[in-house]
Design a protein around this ligand. Sequence first.
Ligand code: TRP
Length: 329
Amino acid sequence: METLGPGGFRSLSNSPSWPSGVADDHTPFEFSTAFGIDEPATVRVLVEPTAAEPGPAANMDAALDVLDSLARRHGLPMDRFDAVRDLFLPSDPQGDFSLWFSLVFSAARAPVIKVYLNPEVRGEAEAPLLVGEGLARLGYGAAHQTIIDHARRRGDGLDRYSFFALDLTESSGSRAKVYLSHQDATPDDVVVAASAAHDVDPEAVRDFCVLTGGRAEPFTDRPLISSYTFLPDDVDRPSGYSLYVPVRSYVNDDSEAHLRVLATLDQHGIDPTAFRSALDSVARRPLAEGVGLIAHVSLRIGAPRPGVTVYLSSEAHTTASPRVATLVS
Ligand code: TRP
């Protein structure tokens, strides 16, 4: 609760005090459950801290206060965040947000805190400079061209940097991630994006698009999203790649999304029990009576932990009505 910042106490009233981009209904948090093969599931919550009087700069300050108290309480290593903060936290932040967190809980490990920074915080045109410089300061400068060659090939602003994220953990397993959204992308486009990572089978991404998105054509509604995961030993390319499919835009209702997730878990040999209980714990309505509870489904390939993650909205403010299947006349 505390990570929601001062505005968090108000923002669960009927209308949100700040139009958070975390969830479609502007709730400033979202749950996700990550599944691996032969690994316990982890539960995560993505949070946007907001100020009592929310606004771009006030929210950034509120988020920094939250981060400060988390860092002191948990002894978080802040060196990598400190190395890039002046790039991503200007005094007049632009864009939809400046600082989000996720808290990752698992049975096996101590909670991990991850920060998400906004590459477009100085405007869309500056995003490549921020990402390139951020990667360079973390020791991955040579990888920026790899990202451009694989995930920003299309021009016209179709491929945009959406997040620059860091794990605030001791350096041995700690990751840096770069996310891009791909408007109107085809499964082929994201197969190329995936092929930037070490030792992955990029074709797995194509099957995942078809199974979760129900299509092989361009994803013309909400965009497909890629992320690249950098581990400490990486130099000019990432170790891991993840694809996020905004399944809610490509189904009529959540019962359809649910079936797609079950098919995906089955295809990847993942026991669905933990997913069923996660869904039961957030769903407060029949699945067929709305759409968007199951927001994204992602596939992780390559190091460090391949698997599937499902993102679940709280629908704390509103539920979107199911789409009516259109009959072609
Ligand atoms: N709601 C935003 C979106 O759909 C941001 C976001 C929340 C997101 N959770 C996510 C993006 C998971 C990718 C994956 O883009």
